[in-house]
Design a protein. Structure first.
Length: 336
């Protein structure tokens, strides 16, 4: 005669849960929580060598982050994709928590790193709270300038690349020009651009478009030229016209190369953006950086650099999402 007990059903689950708690991911998550807790406690209970108005707020925020990391680590199995993302980024959370703790100790607590060149973390936080309107105005100005120049450069580069890859006559005339202009950095055209264009804004847009257009042109041209002739032969057999061959055969097959050019152009355009705004434009993150350097406000400079890094990272992520959506047919065929 068989017997049944409630403990027989709960014991395996409890054992499984106990095993999961001993998994390495939980240890890393706990270490991340402790790192951020150490950062918060060092802010709250360790006196500063200087007068920093955001130390207490920073310490409380760090402790709140530590609590969220601990809660997310314990309940990661029930959070789905959010829990998996937390486990994946837990080592980075440990490293970043240890870094900001060391940064806090080396600057605000012992002043091992000299001021004003190495401000503490609370000085960066103070910039985001006290100088936020000016910083946001600079961000919006940079986004408008960057987006306009990037779109113009990517569009012209795409059309030019397709034309060169498809037509030998176009390539005959455009290819030598690309060989002459392409190797030159876009910043080398600064004197000509600011002399030719009526405003610093239009000159900066031209420089960003130039930095974006060359890699997009070359990679698009390479993609169109490398399309197998068998694709064109099959399409012609079915009665395809030249316009169909370009729009439905050449361009889709060249899209992987096009996105490589877009990624390369994005990095180049951000570099040119900073230089252009430092020289001629009266607003933007580059202008903000120059203003901060002029007043020795290095906390403002570092805060702007962090924002610029986040903007570039966000743009790259958006471009990745767009590529994955447009090239969904390549999933499992091409490994990026």
């Amino acid at each position: 005669m068989s017997t049944y007990s409630v403990s027989d059903t709960t014991a395996p689950r409890a054992a499984t849960h106990f095993i999961n708690l001993r998994d390495g991911s939980y240890g890393v998550g706990l270490a991340a929580s402790l790192a951020w807790l150490a950062f918060g406690l060092s802010c709250l209970y360790w006196p500063d060598v200087g007068d920093w108005s955001r130390t207490e707020s920073l310490g409380i925020g760090a402790i709140v982050i530590a609590a969220f990391i601990l809660l997310g680590t314990v309940s990661a199995d029930y959070l789905g994709s959010a829990g998996q993302a937390l486990r994946k980024r837990a080592p980075w959370l440990v490293a970043f928590g240890a870094f900001v703790t060391l940064w806090e100790v080396a600057t605000a607590k012992f002043a091992w790193l000299p001021l004003p060149f190495f401000p503490p973390p609370q000085a960066i936080l103070e910039v985001y709270t006290d100088d936020l309107p000016k910083l946001l105005d600079s961000v919006f100005a940079s986004i408008k300038l960057q987006l306009g120049g990037y779109i113009i450069g990517a569009t012209i580069g795409f059309v030019t690349g397709v034309s060169i890859g498809w037509s030998q006559k176009v390539g005959y005339w455009v290819h030598p020009v690309l060989r002459f202009i392409g190797p030159l950095p876009a910043t080398a055209w600064l004197p000509i651009a600011f002399f030719t264009f009526p405003s610093s804004w239009s000159a900066s847009t031209f420089l960003i478009a130039l930095a974006t257009g060359f890699p997009v042109t070359v990679l698009t041209w390479s993609g169109v030229a490398s399309v197998s002739s068998a694709y064109y032969d099959v399409a012609r057999t079915l009665g395809a016209k030249p316009s169909f061959l370009v729009l439905k055969v050449a361009i889709p097959a060249a899209l992987p190369h096009v996105f490589v050019g877009l990624f390369m152009g994005l990095g180049s355009s951000f570099a040119v953006l900073v230089v252009a705004e430092m020289i001629g434009v009266k607003a933007g993150l580059g202008w903000y950086l120059q203003w901060a350097q002029g007043w020795a406000a290095y906390a403002n400079m570092y805060a702007a650099l962090i924002v610029m890094s986040l903007l570039c990272s966000g743009a790259i992520t958006l471009l990745f999402r767009t590529r994955d959506r447009l090239l969904v047919w390549q999933k499992g065929v091409v490994k990026w």
